[in-house]
Design a protein around this ligand. Structure first.
Ligand code: PHE
Length: 391
């Protein structure tokens, strides 16, 4: 039977001593049976809870209700008991924390080794030194970032350096200085996310999320005189509904080379080399006419499909990535339009003296192709089971 505090009717020294001895016996038994931190908490609450713990009950039943003449002795008895209970609880806790047996004075006994062992097992478990150490996952580079970095590295080996610019751009850098005149229909080809509440500003100062990395061409030419060779990795936004091949946020890699006597031959040679470096030396390139306001002439670069080798077929099945054409569109490019140099001519870019080429590609698209992923949303949904494949 669990110990319960008896009511006293007789407050003589003998009865108090006997009652106190009974309580101590019960305390000792319970202390020695505690085997775990949880049991310790139960023990502590049973004995020391302010509301209705055994010590509180003793105080109420033995001291508060004692007649005047017996108060002094009862008070002393109750105080001594309280100290013992606190010492017992505290002694147990300390034993576990230090892992050492500690003498609990009045018990005339040590906290038993078995209780300590039980506690140590609970806390750290047995140590098996043959097991591998704790693995701390350090994360891995995102496949789009990896692709972007590797593509930039191809150009860095050709002497290009990295340039970057802001994602929140002004209308001037994103459009006007790239030869998209205000209200020109070419602006409609890039569904733009505009920052709200800009109507009071002149159009060229209004903020938007850049739709391409090309504004960094202008920003860099404002800072660096020719000759320049730069690659520009970065995030861009367009108001496109997400599907397997579109995302309102995606990544581009831009390139710009400006010098005297840069020709379309330089553009073709550079990009042909870069595609072979990146996709493999058997890849062929094909340039087809296109239009961008900031390049003239403009082209789209296609590479021969490195999945089907340009045949358009995989065995008997149609090749999906190249839609059976044997060619995959990779980027837009062209010779920098002299109108663009007009905007930076005060920074050393005389349209009559310098020429250059530029190109821009989607890093996400390149990553989709390179890793054979069929849904761009997988790159941005944050599912580690997908991303772990690149760890
Ligand atoms: N900025 C163009 C786009 O996003 C790509 C491009 C870059 C084309 C540089 C030509 C030269 O579509």
């Amino acid at each position: 039977m669990a110990y319960a505090v008896p009511k006293l009717t007789d407050y003589s020294a003998d009865v108090l001593d006997k009652s106190a001895a009974d309580l101590r016996a019960a305390l000792k038994q319970e202390v020695l049976s505690v085997q775990s931190p949880d049991q310790w908490k139960t023990f502590r609450d049973r004995w020391l809870a302010r509301k209705n713990g055994i010590v509180t009950q003793v105080n109420d039943l033995w001291l508060k209700s004692a007649p005047k003449g017996a108060k002094k002795l009862a008070g002393q008895t109750v105080n001594d008991l309280k100290k013992d209970v606190e010492e017992a609880a505290e002694g147990l806790r300390k034993s576990w924390e230090t892992g050492q047996t500690i003498q609990v004075a009045y018990l005339g006994a040590e906290v038993p080794a078995a209780a300590l062992e039980a506690y140590a097992r609970d806390k750290v478990g047995p140590v098996d030194i043959s097991l591998p150490g704790i693995q701390r996952p350090i994360g891995a580079e995102h496949p789009v970032m990896k692709t972007s970095r590797e593509m930039c590295a191809v150009f860095q080996r050709l002497g290009y350096s990295i340039a970057e610019g802001p994602v929140i751009e002004t209308d001037y850098y994103n459009f006007e200085a790239l030869n998209f005149p205000p209200n020109h229909p070419a602006r409609d080809t890039q569904d733009t996310v505009f920052i709200a509440g800009q109507q009071s500003k002149p159009q060229r100062e209004r903020l938007l999320l850049r739709t391409h990395t090309s504004p960094v061409q202008i920003r860099t030419m404002e800072k660096m005189r020719p000759p320049i060779r730069i690659v520009i990795p970065g995030t861009v936004h367009r108001n496109d509904p997400p599907d397997a091949s579109h995302s309102p946020m995606f990544h581009q890699i831009e390139g710009l080379a400006v010098d005297t006597n840069i020709t379309f031959g330089d553009l073709k040679g550079t990009l042909d080399h870069a595609m072979k470096e990146f996709f493999g030396s058997s890849v062929k390139t094909s340039f087809r006419p296109s239009f961008f306001p900031f390049t003239e002439p403009s082209a789209e670069l296609y590479i021969s499909c490195f999945i089907c080798g340009g045949s358009g077929k995989r065995g008997k099945d149609p090749c999906r990535p190249c839609k059976q054409t044997g060619w995959i569109e990779i980027l837009g490019c062209g010779m920098v339009d002299p109108n663009v140099f007009e905007f930076v001519k005060d920074h050393g870019y005389n349209p009559k003296k310098v020429s250059g080429f530029a190109f821009g590609m989607g890093a996400d698209r390149v990553a989709l192709l390179k890793y054979g992923v069929d849904d761009i949303q997988l790159f941005f949904s944050g599912d580690v089971r997908f991303l772990r494949q690149w760890a």
